[in-house]
Write a protein that binds this ligand. Sequence first.
Ligand SMILES: Cc1ncc(COP(=O)(O)O)c(C=O)c1O
Length: 390
Amino acid sequence: MNIANPSQESVEALAAEEFPVAGRHVYLNHAAVSPWPERARRAMRAFADGVTEDGSLHFPDWQAKDAELRQRLQRLVNAESTDHIALVPNTSAGLSLVASGVKWQPGDNVVITDSEFPSNRMVWEALADRGVKVREAACTPAGSADCEGSVLGLVDQRTRVVSVSSVQWGTGLALDIGRIGRELAGTPTAFCVDAIQSLGAWPLDVRAIGADFVAADGHKWMLGPEGLGVFYCAPEWLEELQLRQWGWHMAEPLGDFEARDWRPAATARRFEPGTPNTPANHALEASLAVLQEAGIANVAERIAVRVEHLIQGLNRLPEVAFLSPTDPARRAGIVTARFGDRTEAVYEALRRNNVQVLPRAGGIRFAPHFYNSLHGLDHALNVAADALRR
Ligand SMILES: Cc1ncc(COP(=O)(O)O)c(C=O)c1O
């Protein structure tokens, strides 16, 4: 395959060879927990064999894999360098680094949207005892509100952080995060993005959108294992964000366990207090290799085609009401729809017929990835149509 610019045929071949899940299910739960590509399974198995048979003898290889993973993540978000990438257990941990590390004053506020996943609300609400208020911008119903305008309209001189999801978990609304970041650039307000519902599926350029922080877990659109995510920290915040967790792995010099005059690493490793999740590093590196080989722009385009296919097909069904945006500019990889009082019956029929979806935001959430076949989506649409005829 020409990795710099893979043809549609080679992306199709990669999709066919890497996803055994497609032979068992029409899997549309990538907004929840994704199946791994074959390559991630092989990487994890090889790691397990090595550690089972030889303990930590392959430690230098583990370090090399750690470095490769950081390079992939740096490219994925276009960070300045791997010095700005930390490996964290999940999105919530990344967001908590920001919430616990900003130097808050009583009377400060944080702006979020009214449809955030609890992780990107609770971390800020937990600052109430320090006198920090949370302001929620009107972003529902998805597609009707000027979400970005509403976010920016709530920002004032006491707003220390704006923290939004790039894509809302339930309604699937894709925010124009570039617009928010550009407006905040040069102001004292930091811009934090929960990118778990888009990273891996859509290109992200942290510098172009002016993000100060980005957090995302690997188990959704990055097709990786649970328990490993990425945290991006912009250069001007590396020293500024207060550290609240401590351990040997974040120290300089690294690995000198006798040193008494340690200091936190100058890089984002300062946010990684202890032993890395080495098994997960192997799997996530392999998952990202598949996505980057396909090309993130191709992945995004293919997801958009699948989302369009679902919207067109669902639109032909009786009683359908979309809770996710139908405007292409506002869509991501999530289609959420209701079917009046038949919603539960449709959901049950889909599950009975091997279509993996979840009830979310009052509807059924369909979240296809680049490898899903259009034929599989047609199966899902036919099952839904049948359930509505009964
Ligand atoms: C937008 C959003 N943020 C955060 C999370 C939770 O992330 P984590 O488990 O990685 O902390 C989810 C999970 O569904 C989510 O959709």
